[in-house]
Ligand binder design. Structure first.
Ligand code: FNR
Length: 183
């Protein structure tokens, strides 16, 4: 049967390395797995006053997450944490209290950065959030990706230096989703 992975990319930048990484990872998955990048750029800023009257964009995000078998977070590192746009999306989809779209969904965390530590601190902050949201999250292998020449080939696929490693990562993540998915 078909497996759907909801993908949250924490950068709105047109040439985002994290979006490119998400695109390339999707191509490493077998044909019965769909990676669906969810729009988070049109969400309003989270305001708890709106919890019982969520915007259409929020309702859409939540229903896309709820119908997915697993969630892949592809995060940049902004000031040693996740980006504000990603946290905003997470806060929206976690509310109202007791109606989170995340509870119990298996998750994976990955990210790419121009900085030397390859989003390690952002990912660690994100893991803390996902623990609170009760998402079983793949622990190993970890993947801290450094954006350097050759990471992607001309066609946007993962380049030769990282291909085997990231294929292994995708395989582990999808195995994790299969083991932990309630759907
Ligand atoms: C950054 N960048 C960055 N990089 C890093 O490794 N650690 C960090 O803490 C930060 N902090 C940071 C803050 C802000 C506000 C910006 C805009 C950028 C650099 C970041 O890795 C780089 O811009 C990436 O290209 C962002 O990911 P996308 O947009 O390419 O996906």
């Amino acid at each position: 049967s078909q497996t759907t992975i909801a993908v949250l990319v924490g950068s709105l930048r047109k040439e985002s390395f994290n979006r490119k990484l998400a695109d390339a990872l999707a191509r490493l998955a077998p044909s019965d797995v769909t990676f669906e990048q969810l729009e988070i750029g049109d969400l309003p800023l989270y305001n708890q006053d709106d919890d019982d009257n969520q915007a259409d964009a929020v309702k859409r995000l939540k229903s896309e997450l709820q119908s997915a078998d697993g969630v892949l977070f592809v995060t940049p590192e902004y000031n040693r944490s996740v980006s504000g746009v990603l946290k905003n999306a997470i806060d929206h989809a976690s509310r109202p209290y007791g109606k989170s779209a995340f509870a119990g969904k298996p998750a994976g965390v990955i990210g790419v950065s121009v900085g030397a530590i390859g989003t390690a601190m952002a990912q660690q902050h994100l893991r803390n959030i996902l623990a609170y949201l009760d998402m079983p999250t793949l622990n190993q292998p970890e993947a801290f990706i450094h954006a350097k020449d050759g990471l992607f080939d001309d066609a946007g696929n993962i380049g030769p230096a990282s291909k085997e490693f990231l294929q292994g990562w995708v395989d582990s993540f999808l195995g994790w989703v299969t083991r932990h998915s309630a759907r």
